[in-house]
Design a protein around this ligand. Structure first.
Ligand SMILES: [Zn+2]
Length: 376
């Protein structure tokens, strides 16, 4: 592939934390970067113009969902995802693997691929490494992902078998790829076993991928297990390529991931929480449904510069939530995405100024996390 299109420049490091620039055909990504998720080619309740105002630079879309509806051929016919959803900045699609394993009603894995039933109408479909790449080429994101199997982290025997399959599939994805204007990332698996993670990171790093992802985390393991796996994997992955921690994005996970050398994150958490009236603040989450906000004149977060916090009181947002008005989801989503995008940007600035460890310590001290399992 033409590697100049997807060059990664490491600008500064502070211990394991990294600040870099990843060049893509739709613009430069300043890393670390947080990507909101546009499952069905839309970040729920938020327009592309609002995403730009928030400062989001990368958006993820899901191959499984878009393959089933409206179909990759239709997206290609409409000029690809960037044109279809009118997002002119960098985009990433996943391989469909994660959704097949978590959403499809039934699925059967074999050495060659996965047969599954659609969660929409029960119809039968099949993904192979080759078809996943082909679908992602039709969708046209800048970063596309190797087809992998995300297995239960607590089933050690199965994890090993599925990791071997993921490795064979990674090589098949590389062979199947034909578009020079897309970067295919390989995915490290291996559950919560340091030995398997080591094996997987070494194998994936040995292939010619322009970037690497860490899959199979935030799927039921503990936080210390996740942190230990990040340390193992990032100790092996090459310094000169970006590292993407898939499906992870609570505030404390972002800080802990950056501390351990992660460059790219994505998560549905900010928008999913917003639809349940939950908003991030520097001290933890609040729920705007709560009656204590009925007469509250303050914004969600007085330190936040987002459109919602500049204009609206908690009392108004609570009213929208209680009245089940759609604007509630939009305003709280804008705030939550901006909270994470700003957190990661301030982490980048701190790495450039060699004070990230201090920032991380202060943030983790004041932010009271909630259990986030199952929300990744
Ligand atoms: Zn805000």
């Amino acid at each position: 592939m033409d590697t100049s299109l997807f060059k990664f420049d490491l600008i500064a490091t502070e211990k394991h934390a990294r600040a870099g620039v990843f060049h893509t055909p739709h613009g430069d990504l300043l890393t670390p970067v947080f990507a909101p998720v546009g499952t069905q080619a839309t970040v729920k309740a938020v327009t592309p113009t609002q995403l730009t105002e928030i400062g989001a630079s990368l958006v993820l879309a899901n191959t499984y969902h878009l393959y089933l509806r409206p179909g990759a051929d239709l997206v290609a016919e409409m000029g690809g995802l960037h044109e279809f959803m009118r997002w002119s900045n960098p985009m990433l699609t996943d391989s469909g693997g994660y959704q097949v394993f978590s959403l499809a009603a039934t699925r059967k894995v074999d050495a060659d691929g996965v047969t599954f039933k659609s969660h929409i109408d029960g119809s039968t479909h099949r993904f192979t490494p080759e078809s996943s790449v082909q679908i992602q080429e039709k969708l046209g994101a800048d970063i596309i992902m190797a087809f992998d199997e995300c297995a239960d982290p607590n089933n050690a025997v199965y994890i090993s078998e599925s990791m071997q399959r993921t490795h064979v599939w990674a090589e098949r994805c590389l062979k199947a790829k034909s578009r020079p204007d897309q970067a295919l990332f390989g995915i490290v698996q291996g559950g919560i076993s340091p030995e398997l993670r080591t094996q997987s990171a070494q194998f994936i790093a040995s292939l010619d991928f322009p970037g690497h992802a860490i899959g199979g985390l935030s799927v039921g393991e503990t936080k210390p297990e996740m942190h230990a796996m990040l340390e193992v994997v990032n100790g092996i992955l090459p310094e000169n390529k970006p590292r993407y921690l898939m499906g992870v994005g609570s505030p404390e996970d972002l800080i802990n991931g950056i501390l351990r050398g992660v460059d790219i994150f994505d998560c549905v958490l900010p928008t999913r929480l917003a639809r349940h009236a939950a908003a991030f603040t520097p001290t933890g989450r609040i729920n705007l449904m709560n009656a204590s906000y009925t007469h509250d004149h303050s914004p969600i977060d007085a330190t936040c510069t987002c459109y919602a916090c500049r204009n609206f009181t908690r009392a108004y947002l609570r009213h929208l939530v209680v009245a089940k008005e759609m604007l509630a989801a939009t305003l709280i989503s804008i705030h939550n995405i901006q909270f994470l995008v700003t957190l990661v940007k301030s982490a980048r600035q701190a790495i450039l100024e060699n004070r990230f460890e201090t920032l991380a310590g202060e943030f983790l001290q004041s932010y009271q996390p909630r259990p986030t399992q199952g929300e990744g």
